[in-house]
Design a protein around this ligand. Structure first.
Ligand code: NAD
Length: 485
């Protein structure tokens, strides 16, 4: 089954056409549609197809039917298809970027472009990865080998903050390892996923990648379905627990990438002035709607006051606005549900009387979901703004005196996604990093990701990893073969 040749013309989509589901290689309408809003003004951006449970069933059966042939291809053959998929995504890149800004809100010229670029890069690079057979023993009597065989049909469930990148992070490793997939995007941001699903139909054999949009119940159907072998889920911890519970019916494999409340710790004596832009973007990039955004910034008390002044001076120059405007630094909050959560959190900050040197008031009557860049100066450790994952452009900057105390505070909650430590004395910073209970920790740098770097959460921030050799292996069954000579 050789991958067919595609020209840039033949894989180019007409982005003005209605949105459709991709099921078994066919582009089909849903039973009805649901509205998708542009978060910059809450007008209806498009109508997305509302997939039915029967359509989800058809997609799962299509993926099941496609599995034997797809998994029987060699890695190189699958790689050829996936590389062509990267080319096809590339041919549609500019339209995907615009659509991402319109449905998600992030600035087109910066974050939306980098998300789509990174996603295409990921697809292209993952196509080059292999999981070779490992020979554990080779004696005169026998051979012991470890093979990594595909699992079958994988269900992918994605959130609304990075719909393109997080979706394709699942697609590429799932397919290269020989599985087939049904992907259900967030109902808040289904459009880019529907389009990359359509693009996939121009490249892959029918049923290899199916995309079905609709409500949360479609996600639940996938987690319960006996024909699905694994769920790859990115979203909130609360939903992740439901996925794990209902996936237990047939002992599904699960990879859960969940929430976080990441701490950044700036140690005594840190020359912080040049770090302020880095720390600002680490907290406010994507308007704070980022699982690994810095959500608590602990700064040693000897520098805390000056740090806050300089941080605020930098932050106040940043412009919140419509992501289609090239002068916008930070876009709106993606949806009204999240916007209202932030309104509630901002009210709590105000009612409790915490110091707010920047921002602090959300205009609830505006058309869009814009939230001002907000800094909360030294709120108490037990405040909501320190304890909860805000998922918005608001950051508490908290003073600390003692390293043991700050480590204890950083580790106190149920989350353990990532963290960072900043300091002049690299060894001292590494010593603190060693004590953080997180899936990832950075020292004097932040938010580095890579195809070969495993990423996952500790404690209730997740289970398993994506990316890296380990991430690829999570799409496989470890099959030990013992062969007598
Ligand atoms: P969410 O949990 O509300 O929804 C995520 C997805 O799950 C959506 O597609 C939704 O339709 C689906 N879903 C909802 N109920 C379901 C159910 N019962 N069964 C199956 N699927 C169901 O999360 P969200 O609000 O879209 O995303 C924000 C959260 O995601 C934040 O907590 C953030 O930290 C987390 N996140 C984590 C990572 C990571 O890699 N760790 C990355 C991005 C976002």
């Amino acid at each position: 089954m050789p991958a067919s040749q595609n020209t840039a013309e033949s894989v180019k989509l007409d982005f003005t056409k209605p949105y459709v589901l991709s099921i078994n290689g066919d582009l089909v309408s849903g039973k009805g549609t649901f509205d998708v809003f542009n978060p910059a003004d809450n007008t209806v951006l498009a109508k997305a197809p509302e997939g039915t449970e029967e359509q989800m069933e058809a997609a799962i059966q299509a993926a099941k039917k496609a599995f034997p042939k797809w998994s029987a291809l060699s890695w190189d053959e699958r790689s050829t298809y996936i590389t062509r998929y990267a080319d096809a995504l590339e041919a549609n890149k500019e339209d995907l970027i615009t659509l991402l800004t319109l449905e998600q809100g992030k600035p087109r010229h910066s974050m939306a472009t980098s998300e789509v670029d990174a996603a295409i890069y990921w697809v292209r690079e993952v196509a080059k990865r292999r999981v070779p057979v490992e020979v554990l023993e080779e004696t005169d009597q026998h051979t012991v080998e470890v093979h990594h065989t595909p699992l079958g049909v994988v269900g992918a469930i994605t959130p609304w903050n990075f719909p393109v990148l997080l979706g394709l992070w699942k697609v590429a490793p799932c397919l290269i390892t020989g599985n087939t997939m049904v992907l259900k995007p967030s109902p808040y941001t289904p459009l880019t996923s529907l389009r990359f699903g359509e693009i996939a139909q121009k490249v892959f054999p029918a049923g290899v990648l199916n995309v079905v949009s609709g409500g949360n119940e479609l996600g639940q159907k996938m987690t319960e379905h006996p024909a699905i072998a694994k769920i790859s889920f990115t979203g909130s911890t609360a939903t992740g627990k439901k996925v794990m519970a209902s996936g237990s019916s047939n002992l599904k494999r699960v990879t859960l990438e969940l929430g976080g409340n990441d701490a950044a710790i700036v140690l005594e004596g840190t020359e912080y002035k040049d770090l302020i832009p880095t720390l600002f973007w680490a907290a406010y990039g994507n308007s704070g709607q980022w699982c690994i955004a810095v959500k608590r910034l602990y700064v040693h008390s000897s520098i805390h006051e000056d740090f806050v002044k300089e941080f605020v001076a930098y932050a106040q120059s940043k412009k919140v606005g419509d992501g289609m405007n090239p002068s916008t630094d930070l876009g709106p909050i993606q949806n009204r549900m999240q916007f209202n959560k932030l309104v509630d959190l901002f009210d709590d900050v105000k009612t409790k009387g915490y110091k707010v040197p920047l921002g602090g008031s959300i205009d609830r009557n505006q058309a869009g979901n814009f939230v001002p860049v907000t800094v909360v100066d030294n709120p108490p450790e037990n405040s909501r703004i320190v304890q909860e994952e805000p998922f918005g452009p608001i950051l508490p900057i908290i003073a600390f005196d003692d390293v043991d105390d700050v480590v204890e505070r950083a580790n106190a909650g149920n989350f353990g996604l990532a963290g960072s430590v900043w300091g002049k004395d690299r060894d001292a910073a590494i010593a603190v990093a060693n004590r953080l209970e997180t899936g990832t920790v950075w020292v004097n740098e932040i938010h580095i990701h890579g195809i070969d770097i495993p990423f996952g959460g500790h404690k209730q921030s997740g289970m398993g990893v994506e990316n890296g050799h380990e991430g690829l292996c999570e799409f496989t069954n470890t099959k030990t073969m013992m062969l007598k000579k």
